[in-house]
Design a binder for this molecule. Structure first.
Ligand SMILES: Nc1ncnc2c1ncn2[C@@H]1O[C@H](COP(=O)(O)OP(=O)(O)OP(=O)(O)O)[C@@H](O)[C@H]1O
Ligand SMILES: [Mg+2]
Length: 667
C-alpha cells in the first residue's frame, strides 16, 4: 500500500509543479492571451478611427479654407465689377479726364485693401494705375485676365501667377513683396532655383461699357498673396480658433506658389513664419504633378501633421499653387498613447484580478483533493476507517464516494482475512494434533502389523495349495501389506527425518530412478525423453530421499497418462548457476483448478482405493523443503502437467520457519 502511494506521489528530485500553480498558470495564459489580442485589436481599431476622424476633420477644414479663399476672390470680383459700372469711370474714359477717377479708385483700392486697381482702355493699354501713379502706357492685353475680359466682355476673377517684371510694373513695392528666397526644407524636391520673384495674385477684371454698351475699357484689381497672411490667418482664427497644443498652433494653413510657401502660419523653429520653405516632394508630385488632393500625414517644415492639400489653378486651369491645411499629429499621437496606456492598465488590472480569482478557484478545487490525499495517506498507514467527506456535486465527490467504498471494501476484506487466518491457525493446530496422534498410532501399529504380515505370510507358505482357506489367507496377507504400506507412509511423512546429505550428481539419481521403472508394464507404452544437461553442478543431497521424490513424480505422470503418452525429463542449471531444476513434463489429462490446490495435502488422491495413498506429493514436499528447494506445478487440463523441482546448489542447512517450497501453482 505504501509503495502504491509512493507511485501516486513520487518523491523524486524532478521539478514538481503543484496543481494549484498549473491551474493559476493556465488561467493566466488564457487571460494574458485574450487581453493581448483585445489590446492589439482594440488599439488598432481605435487608432484607425482616430486617424480617419482626423483626416475627415482636415478634409472639412480644407473645404472651409477653400471657401475663405474663394470668398476673398469673390470680394475682389464684386469690388471690381461694381466700380467698373460706375459713371465716373465711363466718363473718364470718354472724356480722357482721369483725375476724379484716380481719386475715386485710389480710395476704393485702399478701402478694400487691394494691392492693384488698374484701368485700361479697350486695347488693354493702361491708362490709370492706382498702385503706381504715372506709370501708365504699358499694354496689358497679354495679361491673361485682361485678355479674357476683352475677349468675353464679362467680369472674370481668378488666381494668377504674375511675373516679377509685371509686378514691377504694377508697383516695385509689390515686386519686392513677392520676392521670396528658398529655405532648405527636408524631403522637398530638388530645384535649381534659389528664390521666387514671381507672385501669385487673386485678381478680378471687369469690362467698362459706354452708353451704347460698347467696350471702352477694363478695370482690374487684385491682391498679392505673397507675404499676405489675411487668408491663412483667417483660417487659423475661424477654423482652429487659434487653439494651441504644447505651445504650438494646433492648426495651420498655407498657400503655396508652385511648391514654395508664400503665405503661411506654419512656423520655423525660431517662431517666424516658414516663408520660403517648400512642400515635400511626395505631396508635390501628387497635388501638382497629378492634380490629386492629398489627405494624410505629411512632414511640414519640422513637424508631422495630418494634412490636406489641394491644387490652386489659374484662369486656364493650370496648377500654379497649393492650398494646405493641417493639424498637428502630435495631439493625436498623444491621444493614442494615452489610450494604449489606458488599455495596458486595464489589461494589467485584468491579469491581477484573474490571478487572484484563479488562486481562489484553485484553492476551492484543491481542498477536496487534499482531503483525498490525506485519506489515502491514512489508509496507506493502516487506518482503514479513514473517510472523505466531499460534497462538491462533481467528479471529485464521485471519486470520494468511490474512495470511501474502496476503504469499506478493504476494511471488510481485512476483517475476513483476520477471521480466515484465525480459522486457519485453529485448523492447523488441530491438524498438528491429529498428525501427532496419527504418528503415535502409526508407530504403535507398525510393529503389530509387521508381525501380522510376517506370520500370515508364514501361514500362507505352509498352507496346502488346495486348502479352501488359502484364498482367505492370501487376502489377509494382501490387506495386511496394504495396511503396513499406509502406516509406513504415515511414518515417513510424520517422522521429518533429517536428510542424510552427500555430494551427488542429480543426473545419476535420475538415471537410477528411470532404471527402476523403465521395464515395468506401466511404462511400456510411454515414450521417455531425457534432456539432461551434462555439466550440471554437483548437489549436496540425501539421494534416497530425492530418489523417492523423483520416483513419485515419474509414477504420478505415468499413472495420470494411464501408461500411454510422453514423459519428458529435463535437468538444467539456471543462468546464475545457483539452482538446478528437475522438470517432469507429461502429456496426461492435467489437474483441475480445485484439485491443484490440494495435491500437496496428505492423503489427497484421485486414484482408486488401493492404488494410491495420497502421500507421495506430501512427502516430496517435505523432502524438497528439507533441501531448501521448491516445487512448482504448471498444468493445463487436457494437455498435460509439468512439475518442477528446484534445488539450490549451495545448500544452507537451515530452513526458514515460513519457508514454503511450493511455488507458481498455476492452472
Ligand atoms: N502428473 C500428474 N498428472 C495428473 N495428476 C497428478 C499428477 N501427479 C499427481 N497428480 C494428482 O495428485 C494426486 C496426489 O498425488 P500424490 O503423489 O500425492 O498421491 P498418489 O499418487 O495419489 O498416491 P501415492 O503417491 O501415495 O501412490 C494424485 O492422486 C493425482 O490426482
Ligand atoms: Mg503419487
Amino acid at each position: 500500500m505504501r509503495a502504491a502511494l509512493k507511485t501516486l506521489m513520487p518523491r523524486t528530485k524532478e521539478i514538481r509543479v503543484p496543481i494549484a500553480t498549473k491551474l493559476v498558470l493556465s488561467f493566466l495564459i488564457i487571460v494574458v492571451f485574450i487581453s493581448t489580442i483585445y489590446m492589439i485589436v482594440g488599439v488598432q481599431l481605435i487608432s484607425n478611427r482616430i486617424v480617419s476622424e482626423a483626416q475627415d476633420k482636415v478634409r472639412h477644414d480644407l473645404n472651409a479654407a477653400r471657401e475663405l479663399y474663394l470668398s476673398n476672390l469673390e470680394q475682389i470680383n464684386s469690388v471690381v465689377r461694381i466700380n467698373a459700372n460706375r459713371f465716373f469711370l465711363r466718363d473718364a474714359l470718354l472724356t480722357g479726364n482721369f483725375s476724379e477717377a484716380y481719386h475715386e479708385l485710389q480710395q476704393v483700392r485702399q478701402g478694400e485693401g487691394l494691392d492693384v486697381l488698374t484701368l485700361t482702355d479697350e486695347t488693354g493699354e493702361v491708362i490709370l494705375r492706382t498702385s503706381f501713379f504715372d506709370h501708365t502706357g504699358d499694354n496689358q492685353a497679354d495679361n491673361e485676365l485682361v485678355k479674357a475680359v476683352l475677349e468675353y466682355n464679362v467680369p472674370i476673377s481668378s488666381t494668377l501667377l504674375v511675373s516679377g517684371e509685371e509686378l514691377n510694373q504694377e508697383s516695385p513695392l509689390l515686386a519686392n513683396q513677392a520676392h521670396i528666397s528658398f529655405i532648405d526644407t527636408p524631403l522637398a524636391r530638388e530645384r535649381e532655383e534659389t528664390e521666387e520673384t514671381a507672385g501669385m495674385m487673386l485678381i478680378a477684371g471687369a469690362p467698362v461699357f459706354d452708353d451704347q454698351n460698347d467696350l471702352i475699357g477694363v478695370l482690374y484689381g487684385g491682391t498679392l498673396l505673397n507675404r499676405n497672411f489675411g487668408i491663412v490667418d483667417k483660417v487659423k482664427e475661424t477654423v482652429y480658433e487659434e487653439v494651441q497644443y504644447k505651445g504650438k498652433d494646433i492648426g495651420t494653413a498655407t498657400i503655396f506658389q508652385d511648391d514654395v510657401r508664400i503665405s503661411t502660419n506654419v512656423e520655423n523653429e525660431d517662431g517666424t513664419r516658414a516663408l520660403g520653405t517648400r512642400v515635400t516632394e511626395e505631396v508635390y508630385n501628387q497635388v501638382v504633378g497629378h492634380g490629386q488632393p492629398w489627405i494624410g500625414r505629411a512632414y511640414v517644415v519640422n513637424d508631422w501633421y495630418i494634412t490636406a492639400y489641394e491644387p490652386i489653378r489659374d484662369i486656364a486651369g493650370k496648377i500654379i499653387g497649393i492650398l494646405y491645411v493641417g493639424v498637428l499629429e502630435e495631439k493625436y499621437n498623444d491621444i493614442r498613447q494615452s489610450m494604449i496606456l489606458t488599455f495596458g492598465a486595464i489589461t494589467i488590472a485584468g491579469v491581477l484580478v484573474a490571478l487572484i480569482v484563479s488562486y481562489f478557484i484553485a484553492r476551492w478545487i484543491l481542498i477536496p483533493i487534499f482531503k483525498l490525499i490525506n485519506a489515502s495517506k491514512a489508509v496507506a498507514s493502516g487506518d482503514l476507517n479513514a473517510k472523505v467527506e466531499i460534497s462538491t456535486r462533481d467528479e471529485l465527490e464521485y471519486l470520494a464516494d468511490s474512495f470511501n467504498a474502496m476503504a469499506l471494501a478493504l476494511r471488510k476484506r481485512d476483517e475476513q482475512l483476520k477471521e480466515f487466518a484465525t480459522q486457519k491457525i485453529m485448523a492447523s493446530e488441530r491438524l498438528a494434533l491429529i498428525g501427532q496422534l496419527s504418528a503415535n498410532v502409526a508407530h504403535e501399529l507398525n510393529n503389530p502389523l509387521t508381525g501380522i504380515v510376517t506370520y500370515s505370510h508364514l501361514i500362507l507358505e505352509d498352507t496346502d495349495p488346495d486348502d479352501p482357506k488359502k484364498k482367505s489367507l492370501e487376502k489377509i496377507v494382501g490387506q495386511a501389506i496394504r495396511c503396513r504400506d499406509i502406516i509406513r507412509g504415515l511414518l515417513d511423512f510424520s517422522r521429518q527425518r533429517k536428510p542424510d546429505k552427500t555430494l551427488s550428481n542429480i543426473n545419476t539419481v535420475m538415471e537410477q530412478c528411470l532404471s527402476f521403472v523403465e521395464n515395468q508394464a506401466l511404462f511400456l507404452n510411454i515414450e521417455i525423453t531425457k534432456n539432461f544437461q551434462e555439466d550440471l553442478p554437483m548437489l549436496v543431497l540425501d539421494a534416497s530421499q530425492i530418489e523417492r521424490v523423483i520416483m513419485n513424480m515419474i509414477i504420478n505422470a505415468a499413472e495420470a497418462m494411464d501408461g500411454d503418452g510422453e514423459l519428458i525429463l529435463t535437468t538444467r542449471s539456471t543462468l546464475e548457476k545457483d539452482t538446478v531444476e528437475l522438470e517432469f513434463r507429461d502429456t496426461g489429462p492435467g489437474i483441475s483448478k480445485e484439485n491443484i490446490e490440494k495435491i500437496f495435502d496428505p492423503f489427497f488422491t484421485t486414484k482408486d482405493v488401493g492404488h494410491g495413498t495420497g502421500l507421495g506429493l506430501a512427502i516430496s514436499y517435505g523432502v524438497v523443503k528439507a533441501h531448501n528447494g521448491i516445487i512448482s506445478v504448471d498444468s493445463e487440463l487436457g494437455k498435460g502437467t509439468t512439475f518442477t523441482v528446484r534445488l539450490p546448489v549451495k545448500v544452507t542447512e537451515e530452513v526458514p520457519d515460513n519457508g514454503n517450497p511450493i511455488q507458481n501453482i498455476s492452472h
